[in-house]
Structure formats: C-alpha cells, structure tokens
Design a protein around this ligand. Sequence first.
Ligand code: UDP
Length: 194
Amino acid sequence: LKFVDILGVPFINMNQSQFVQQLNSHIQKNEKTFVVTANPEIVMKAVEEPDYMELIRKATYITADGIGVVKAAGLLGQPLPGRVTGYDTMIELLKMGNEQELKIYLLGAQQETLEKAVANIHKTYPRVQIVGSHNGFFDWESNDIQKEIQETKPDLIFVALGVPRQEKWVAENLPQFDKGIFIGVGGSFDVIAG
Ligand code: UDP
C-alpha cells in the first residue's frame, strides 16, 4: 500500500475501483475498517486543529475526496490517480452489497431524509439488507445506537453526521465493534433521498 502525504494527512494511493476492491477484501475477512474521505476543507481543518488530525489519523484509509486534493498531490510531485469521494464509494458499496446481500446500517441526517434514503436504497438495491437506521440528531452521551449496531452486525455502516461529528462518532465508537466498514459520507443521504 502506498500513501501520499499532504500536510500530514496520509492519502491512500488508489483509484475508486481499486479502493472498493480493497474494502471488499476487508468485508470478506470481517475486518473492522474506518474510512475518511477527506476534501480540502477536512485537510485544512486537520492542519488547524491537532485534535481533529489525531482523530482522522485513526482511520484505516483516508481518500482524496475532491479534485483540490488530487491537484495538491500532483503539485507535490506525488500524483494520486483520482478522486475517491464519500458519495461514489457509498454507491459502489451499495452495488456490492446488492450482489453479496450485505447488511447495512445508516446513521445520520434528518428523520424524513433518512426514511426517504432507506426507501430509495430498498428500491434500487433490493438485495441489500438494511438492518437498522437512526437519524443524526441524538443525545451524544445517551443513546442505543452502538448497541443496535452490535446486535444487528452490519457489514457496512454509513455515517452521515457532517464534519467533524461523523469522524468523531466513528473514532469514539470503533473500539467497541469487531467488524464492519465504517465510513463518513457527509451529505450523501440527502442526495440519495433525492
Ligand atoms: N447532520 C446530522 N447531524 C448533525 C449535523 C448534520 O445528521 O448534528 C447531517 C445533515 O442532516 C446532513 C449531513 O449530516 O444530512 C451532512 O451535513 P452537512 O452538509 O451540513 O455537513 P458537511 O459534511 O457538508 O460538513
């Protein structure tokens, strides 16, 4: 595996399809995986806030979410093959989930948006098993989300709480899980809800 360092953020040097295959290998082995798809805003936030840098550096993989990151890599003489966005990765994982009948859990967005996203995923990827979902407006200290995820054992956990809450949630909760691909996907539920 090769990484490209931009201002202290180590980006995985893979294109979109290579990256999804890499995630598939972790799914097959039930290996817990944390993915951050980092746009220039995330890189700058990490540079300015050491706590946030520490948090995203807990990720198994950080991908280049945005042409700005790809261009910066090129300027640094360490080119990256292209963007690997949260939304595109989510769609590719849903396609894979449909083929393999994977279990997914959706965490985030407003309740109405979440329900529409669940309905659209069910329609477009009927073989995906949506084992649970929770909106993104919950009491941080006291909720049953972690318990629900542990009980339903999803293969894929899409976390759409916005930056930096989604990375914070995954970094804080990850030690309690023993499997699952955890990925922050920003506004993707809103897009899927249509
Ligand atoms: N969101 C959430 N809980 C929050 C804040 C935001 O679930 O406390 C959701 C929001 O509804 C949206 C997604 O996170 O579906 C992305 O939000 P936004 O576009 O504001 O964040 P960004 O990723 O662009 O920073």
